[in-house]
Design a protein around this ligand. Structure first.
Ligand SMILES: [Zn+2]
Length: 464
């Protein structure tokens, strides 16, 4: 008997974690941090199963909502291996270590407060040595090559764009001489993304667990290059100001730097200074360089012509905090790319603090900002923003584009699922989306003859 239990990302977008129970063999697909629980130790720390009962973990990609609870799983008794691509292993290590830093800085803030209130201190969810233990469990496999887990089960990873190393997971099971194929889409990227190949179509499967983040929503047809030209022209050339672009350090920053590189190489714009101010961006760029052979044809051709994807004459990576402070007050027009993408923490906050009240500043959003974040408040048009106990008038201009979104939209998700025959595909399980998005996708899929379920968290479903 084979059963599926969705333990995370059920009617929500974080905490991806799916349990496949086969005869005496338990596979956990992803083990992400659940942000809806605020990345809080007390809740992410409790697994609804015994971590020691899991035989193997398969990691679809490195984003922390898919990988970020792996060190906890190990800490609580998991003794198996973690299967993923090489690039995923490298990026996951970087992101999990960054999580440790976030936990520790949260704890420092809390302990300052609790000293005043005499509250007990909470321990961080995991520490650096737990991450290193986790990294030792990675077993990396190539795309599109079936890997045997035991005599009856094999796993294949299929590239799906989204992030370097990201994959859909295909599991082939010989269930008492009945062959079953189960697929998990992971997060599906967009076609024509600046650095990555288009998602590869999945083979025919019996059961499909699909993400649904952008169900019911379409991306705009924004042309990224034109948006960058217009934003730089308006913010830095027509007026001598600065353009601040909040960007997640891994993936989005590399796509942006590569796009700027292409733009300046064409000679359309004068060589305005570009600062990439995020220590983690520097490290993740190294990973993108190392696995450049996995990037799109177009990126590889550009690399052949120009010698580097992520370096150009007027670009500077900022390392030290002093240097970072200096560029906040850099007197020439410039572009500043910094993290965090939703403006919650990171060096971007220094740049905002210095520049929100500056008429000559433009902030260009290139990613999603969740409700409750500073990014969301700025995009909503709040005229006054509270930052570091000060109320700042927002005089900077705000712009946005979704052209660098890492997720496919409704039509992209439909295209992925449509490649499956309605006769052969027994059921589509929707995960990793708000309920509204899932319902929109369900409706479209039902119209085309697919059977679709929206699993409840913890519901055990038999894959007969
Ligand atoms: Zn992702």
């Amino acid at each position: 008997m084979t059963t599926l239990t969705v333990w995370g990302a059920a009617k929500q977008v974080t905490g991806s974690m799916h349990l496949l129970e086969l005869d005496n063999y338990n596979i956990l697909i992803d083990c992400g941090l659940d942000y809806e629980r605020n990345g809080d130790a007390s809740t992410n720390e409790v697994f609804p199963f015994d971590p020691a009962s899991i035989d193997v973990v398969i990691l679809s990609h490195a984003h922390i909502d898919h990988s970020g609870n792996l060190p906890t799983l190990l800490r609580l008794g998991f003794e198996g291996q973690i299967i993923c691509t090489q690039a995923t292993a490298a990026i996951a290590e970087l992101l999990m270590l960054d999580s440790v830093n976030i936990f520790l800085s949260k704890q420092r803030r809390k302990s300052k407060r609790s000293k005043k209130k005499h509250h007990a201190e909470k321990k961080p969810l995991y520490l650096q040595h737990h991450v290193m233990d986790t990294v030792e469990r990675f077993v990396t496999i190539a795309y599109n090559k079936p890997f045997s887990l035991n005599g009856q089960i094999s796993v294949t990873l299929i590239p799906v764009g989204h992030l370097l190393g990201a994959a859909a997971v295909i599991i082939d099971v010989d269930d008492h001489h009945v062959q079953k194929r189960i697929a998990f889409t992971g997060d599906i990227g967009r076609k024509g993304a600046p650095l990555l190949n288009d998602p590869q179509l999945l083979p025919q499967v019996d059961y499909l667990i699909s993400e649904s983040t952008y169900g019911g929503r379409q991306h705009s047809n924004d042309n990224l290059e034109q948006i960058l030209i217009d934003s730089i022209t308006d913010a830095c050339i027509k007026t001598p100001g600065r353009l601040i672009i909040p960007a997640f350090s891994v993936g989005r920053t590399q796509a942006l730097v590569y796009s700027l590189n292409r733009l300046f190489a064409k000679g359309i714009l004068p060589k305005i200074k570009v600062f990439v101010d995020s220590p983690m961006a520097r490290h993740s760029t190294e990973i993108y360089r190392k696995y450049a052979n996995e990037l799109s044809q177009e990126a590889q051709e550009f690399y052949q012509r120009s010698g580097d994807l992520f370096e150009f004459e007027n670009l500077r990576y900022v390392e030290s905090l002093e240097e970072s402070r200096d560029i906040s007050n850099f007197f020439e027009p410039c572009v500043i790319v910094s993290s965090a993408g939703m403006l919650e923490g990171g060096r971007i906050q220094d740049h905002l603090f210095q520049n929100l009240q500056n008429y000559y500043c433009t902030i260009l959003f290139i990613g999603y900002s969740a409700k409750g974040t500073l990014g969301h408040r700025l995009l909503r048009g709040d005229p006054i923003i509270k930052l570091r106990n000060r109320e700042l008038n927002v005089y900077a201009s705000i712009r946005k584009t979704d052209s660098l979104s890492a997720h496919g939209d409704h039509d992209d998700l439909m295209d992925t699922i449509r490649s499956q025959s309605t006769e052969k595909l027994k059921n589509v399980f929707l995960v990793h989306g708000e309920e509204e998005a899932m319902l929109a996708l369900q409706t479209s899929l039902n119209t085309e003859g697919y059977t679709v379920s929206i699993p409840q968290k913890g519901e055990r479903i038999e894959l007969a």
